[in-house]
Ligand binder design. Structure first.
Ligand code: F6R
Length: 244
């Protein structure tokens, strides 16, 4: 628990950088699972600073993003593809061919194949070393809404209206927010060797309390992280304010 989101994000950036440097020293790739939304913006800003000012290199990083709206054009203002480019990928020395994001333009009939390929590619590079997560006010991780199975894999999902409402600020209005998305599954996330979930602000306090102190249940997807042996929640004081 940190007093401000900026301090929390700085600590998370240090963990990411430590892992990246250890992997580089060992001559290995570093496989990062990345999130979008407002929560990781400070983390990406700090990683960009570490790259520019402290020589942190992303040349050996392979990145897999959690999710993408469907359908959405890659270059649309609200696409997570574009978000990652503007927040991180275009500002560091990562190889663009090592950046994977579920494809919001994939034809409908190819979605299953695309999702299976996504799982296969993660496995092919040895799995995710560190997965970064945010949390939805309904407890979702990635776009795994309440009720998602602990065994779920990368797939197409329907977004809850509460999620569409929470994300409407990125669009012209709620009716423009896609109803569908492609997301890594809960099992995809739980296979990561290390997980860090970030949550900032009062709006996340009730769900963080449930996820950390409540039952392990598919109706609060983030509570399933209690079954992982290296999962850390990083919060500011407001987000932690309902923990007992
Ligand atoms: C986005 C994602 C989502 C967000 C969550 C919180 O890639 O995986 O689970 O982390 O919706 O969104 P913000 O950070 O905008 O509050």
């Amino acid at each position: 628990i940190f007093s401000t989101p900026a301090e929390g994000a700085k600590w998370v950036a240090q963990q990411v950088a430590l892992l990246m440097r250890a992997k580089a020293d060992a001559g290995e790739h570093c496989v990062l699972g990345l999130a979008t939304g407002s929560t990781p913006k400070l983390l990406y800003a700090e990683l960009v600073r570490l790259h520019r000012e402290e020589g942190l290199s992303f040349r050996h990083v392979i990145a897999f993003n959690l999710d993408e709206y469907y359908p959405i054009e890659k270059d649309a203002l609200q696409s997570y593809n574009r978000f990652m480019k503007t927040q991180l990928f275009d500002k560091v020395d990562i190889d663009p061919s090592n950046c994977f994001i579920p494809d919001g333009e994939v034809p409908k009939e190819k979605i299953k194949e695309h999702c299976a390929d996504y799982e296969r590619m993660i496995a092919l590079v040895g799995g995710i070393d560190l997965q970064i997560l945010g949390i939805g006010v309904n407890g979702h991780i990635g776009f795994n809404e309440p009720g998602s199975s602990i065994h779920s894999k990368t797939r197409m999902v329907s977004l809850e209206n509460s999620t569409r409402l929470a994300n409407a600020y990125e669009f012209q209005g709620m009716s423009d927010v896609p109803r569908l998305a492609l997301t890594m599954g809960i099992s995809t996330i739980l296979k990561a060797k290390k997980i860090i979930l970030m949550g900032w602000g009062n709006t996340k306090a009730p769900v963080i309390q449930k996820a950390v102190e409540g039952d392990v249940t598919e109706s609060v997807p983030a509570s399933l992280l209690q079954t992982h042996d290296d999962a850390t929640f990083v919060m500011d004081e407001q987000a932690a304010s309902q923990l007992t």
